[in-house]
Design a protein around this ligand. Structure first.
Ligand code: GTP
Ligand code: MG
Length: 215
């Protein structure tokens, strides 16, 4: 992907403040400090388009970035960080949930998880929620430079089984080495073209209902 332009457009706390445009967008969601802002910077080849921080919970608004004037990247505030005040935590859910359910431009979500962590309630809830509303997603395992290849593989396998997903749904990524950058781009472009109507990840254990019998 050749990025010719990447510019910050606006911040929003509710759907009415999102940019009015027909351009499609993908959103980046994950725990605070997981590397959302770093992933976006790596993808667009910029050190500081999005501010990164040692202090988790830095990104507290929904931030919109226009890429090549063709689509948007949307940096969501991180969830699950205890030091953010209770009030702010209780605002995250409704703010992000209404964005995810109401925003028509949204074509898919990039879920991020630190490859060193076990998937926790937040990840399970998010995957369940996206399946429920029928939003396609990909799952990026961040900070891969911190783990050996064997351990990277083991985590991918664990998550694939846990969420009944395909191997292709996971991308092992590092902002430090740019491992997984091209695959992430390929999958984001795929998300931007997928229509939103059908859930894309149904658990294998739930076969389609048979058609009703006609008399
Ligand atoms: P919030 O905005 O607070 O929710 O955080 P975020 O998810 O945007 O994380 P951010 O990109 O700010 O990164 C958090 C910290 O992790 C920073 O110190 C980054 O330098 C570091 N980091 C991010 N990605 C990587 C990576 O791939 N490898 C390593 N080693 N460190 C990373
Ligand atoms: Mg951030």
């Amino acid at each position: 992907m050749i990025v010719k332009s990447a510019t910050f457009v606006t911040s929003a706390v509710k759907p009415g403040q999102c940019p009015e445009t027909d351009l499609p967008e993908v959103a980046f969601a994950g725990r605070s400090n997981v590397g959302k802002s770093s992933l976006i910077n790596t993808l667009v080849n910029r050190k500081n388009l999005v501010k990164t921080s040692q202090t988790p919970g830095k990104t507290r608004l929904i931030n919109f970035f226009a890429i090549n004037d063709r689509f948007f990247f949307v940096d969501l505030p991180g969830y699950g960080y205890a030091k953010v005040s209770k009030k702010e935590r209780s605002q995250w859910g409704p703010m992000v949930e209404s964005y995810l359910t109401e925003r028509e431009n949204l074509k898919g979500v990039v879920i991020l998880q630190d490859i060193r962590r076990e998937p926790e309630t937040e990840e399970r809830d998010l995957v369940g929620f996206l399946n429920q509303v029928g939003l396609p997603f990909i799952y990026v395992l961040t900070k891969a430079d911190k783990l050996s290849k064997n351990k990277q593989f083991a985590r991918k396998k664990q998550l694939r089984e846990r969420f009944s997903l395909q191997d292709d749904d996971f991308i092992v990524f590092s902002a430090k080495t740019a491992q997984g950058k091209d695959r992430t781009w390929d999958n984001i472009m795929r998300l931007l073209e997928i229509p939103r109507s059908q859930p894309n990840h149904q658990p294998d254990s739930q076969p389609d209902n048979p058609p009703p019998e006609t008399p």
